[in-house]
Design a binder for this molecule. Structure first.
Ligand code: 5RP
Length: 294
């Protein structure tokens, strides 16, 4: 059969169509290998260039945080509306169905509880296990200005080295100690350090003048939600962050502690992927919430 095909002379090479040489859609990520890019493209939507990650890893140092007492009951119904899940390997293996199609961002640092010095973290998940769990990224807390600053930076750089060997992106999470001021100067320092030291993506907090933080960080930034706010305020924060250069959100409490978590998650998606302003997004949230309650 193979010989017959060669003799037919009817192959089509589309000689008039040059092969496309596509660049990668995420800021600062063009020089990674294919596997790393493919993992990033599972987390970030290639059409919008943005992501809505659902964070529910809080138990790794806080125990059963309000809203996360029963992840099987409260979080599983949200997963179809999230672009990625940020969680611990304990919850992945005990609660998340293996048939899920959500990409996984695995918490890979930990150690101290809320009762101790939080910056004293170690690497809490081997890269081999992250690959075994088919993760799309690993996340590590970095405590710039914290007591164990250097140790936490070392956790990140070790994960970056291990990630480079297998094509696993590292999400550097800037943790802000109680004694530190969350402002553009501090967040600018912490995010830039994470990027300089190899994080493919950085998670941080929204602060006034965020556009300067985004401009000074050469890789994508996603914002955490922080403590529960009224939905209008949380949507405004997300919208401001997106307008000022964030590539998405990695939000937890402002979604799973909402009265209507699915409605809130869908409203956040409108802001992040469709550029809805926060007032329109809040109306959408209320419509969904009232329709459910009506
Ligand atoms: C814990 C984390 C959380 O994932 C992060 O804080 C996101 O959750 P929230 O929106 O509730 O702040 O990194 O350290």
């Amino acid at each position: 059969m193979a010989e017959a095909e060669i003799q037919s002379g009817e192959k089509e090479y589309f000689l008039d169509i040059p092969q496309k040489n596509e660049t990668f859609f995420l800021k600062g990520c063009a020089n990674y290998d294919w596997g790393m890019k493919n993992r990033l493209a599972r987390i970030f939507n290639p059409r919008s260039g943005k992501t809505v990650m659902l964070a529910f890893d809080h138990g790794y140092f806080q125990g059963p945080t309000t809203g996360l007492e029963r992840i099987d009951v409260t979080i599983l119904p949200l997963t179809p509306f999230a672009d990625a899940l940020m969680l611990t390997r304990g919850i992945l293996r005990s609660v998340i169905p293996a048939a899920t199609s959500n990409p996984v961002v695995m918490r890979a640092s930990g150690g101290p509880s809320i009762l101790k010095e939080l910056s004293n973290e170690h690497i809490a998940c081997d890269m081999d296990d992250a690959v075994r769990m088919n993760c799309s990224a690993v996340a590590v807390q970095v405590f710039i200005g914290g007591e164990y600053e250097t140790q936490s930076v070392g956790n990140m750089t070790r994960l970056v080295d291990a990630g480079m060997r297998v094509g696993m992106p590292v999400l550097g999470v800037t943790a802000v100690g109680k004694e530190l001021v969350r402002d553009v100067k501090y967040i600018g320092l912490a995010t830039r350090m994470c990027a300089e030291l190899g994080a493919a993506v950085v998670k941080t907090y929204f602060v006034p003048d965020f556009e300067k933080v985004a401009a000074g960080c050469p890789v994508p930034l996603v914002i955490a939600g922080g403590k529960k706010l009224p939905e209008l305020e949380a949507l405004k924060m997300a919208a401001d962050a997106i307008q000022q250069g964030a590539s998405g959100v990695d939000m937890g409490r402002n979604i799973f502690q909402s009265d209507a978590p699915v409605a809130m998650l869908k409203a956040v998606r409108k802001v992040v992927h469709e550029g809805l302003n926060y007032k329109q997004a809040n109306e959408y949230f209320l419509e969904l919430k009232n329709a459910k309650n009506g």
